[in-house]
Design a protein around this ligand. Structure first.
Ligand code: PRP
Ligand code: ZN
Length: 288
């Protein structure tokens, strides 16, 4: 019996998230054609189909089951997301949702927004924030090019996504309050079949191996045998480091894995402990 179940994954067609979403899929070893302008594509070596959509529409499609899962910014999921689950945080496309005002105005605090008109594509998140701060303002919902609203006299402030800050700067605006930090996440339909869930588990396993690989480095170093003990103590490793004798009987080579976060710190300690010829190699995938 053949099983034709495929998992339908919605990703952003064009924008900040698309490139990183596609790289993640490729790094997970999934092959597909991504011809320009295509709305749909099926993977050649994994039971998954891609739908290329506007990011703002993805939460609704996932809630309705048109797509089973989707990759969106947390900001979009929070604004539009009803009846969807957060499946996994992806750690890329980091940005913030912020309030910004014309740069020539001296900002003294949140009172600026009392009775002000604010243009945004995120009325729900903005309203929640203002209510928490006990500020009443007029929210103008617009679906794009929010940053030009102040210069055309439509609003005296905007609430929009800031990543590098260049959009704000080129429109003469400055960021004055941060409302929320956001990153890409996978969202999922709440009523997936068991078959789809098992495909999703396989996909998540692959994604996690790629992520762990990125967060860790393979390290090789040489050390005199009398310093081995001290050096091994410094290396966390997956279980315990691999030790290979060198041709020079007084020396050994040590191989291990270190986390990106503690990387420079550990390297410095290793050098002080007598390690030499330290090589650091990227890890493509890591399965524990
Ligand atoms: C956001 C925002 C700005 C831009 C800010 O758009 O609306 O246009 O990113 O980035 P910067 O600080 O690096 O200049 P988004 O990617 O969410 O796209 P969309 O509004 O088309 O959905
Ligand atoms: Zn969008």
């Amino acid at each position: 019996m053949t099983n034709n179940t495929v998992l339908r994954l919605a990703i952003q067609r064009k924008g900040r998230l698309s490139e990183d979403s596609l790289s993640l899929i490729k790094e997970s070893g999934i092959k597909f054609n991504n011809g320009s302008g295509k709305l749909k594509s099926k993977a050649r070596n994994f039971p998954i189909e891609f739908l290329f959509l506007r990011d703002d529409d993805i939460p609704d499609y996932v809630a309705d089951g048109v797509a089973d899962i989707g990759i969106v910014g947390e900001n979009v999921a929070l604004e539009k997301g009803k009846n969807i689950d957060e499946v996994k945080r992806l750690g890329f496309s980091k940005c913030r949702l912020s309030l910004a005002i014309p740069k020539e105005i001296e900002y003294k605090g949140l009172e600026y927004f009392q009775n002000a008109s604010i243009a945004t594509s995120y009325p729900k998140i903005l309203q929640d924030f203002l209510s928490r701060k006990k500020i009443t303002a007029n929210i103008h919902e617009i679906s794009g090019s929010v940053e030009i609203a102040p210069s055309i006299g439509l609003a005296s402030a905007v609430c929009d996504i800031v990543s590098s800050g260049s959009t704000l700067m080129s429109n003469g605006l400055k960021e004055v309050e941060e409302i929320l930090n956001s990153e890409a996440i996978i969202i999922g339909n709440q009523n997936m079949s068991d078959e789809k869930k098992s495909i999703l588990d396989k996909l998540l396993f692959r994604i996690e191996s790629v992520q762990k690989g990125k967060n860790n480095k393979y390290i090789l170093l040489n050390a005199p045998n009398d310093k081995l003990e001290k050096i091994i103590e410094l290396l966390p490793g997956m279980r315990s480091p691999t030790i290979v004798p060198l041709a020079n009987k007084k020396w050994s080579s040590i191989h291990s894995v270190i986390n990106e976060d503690e990387f420079w710190d550990v390297i410095e300690k290793l050098r002080n402990a007598g390690a030499e010829g330290i090589l650091v190699v990227p890890i493509e995938k890591m399965i524990l």
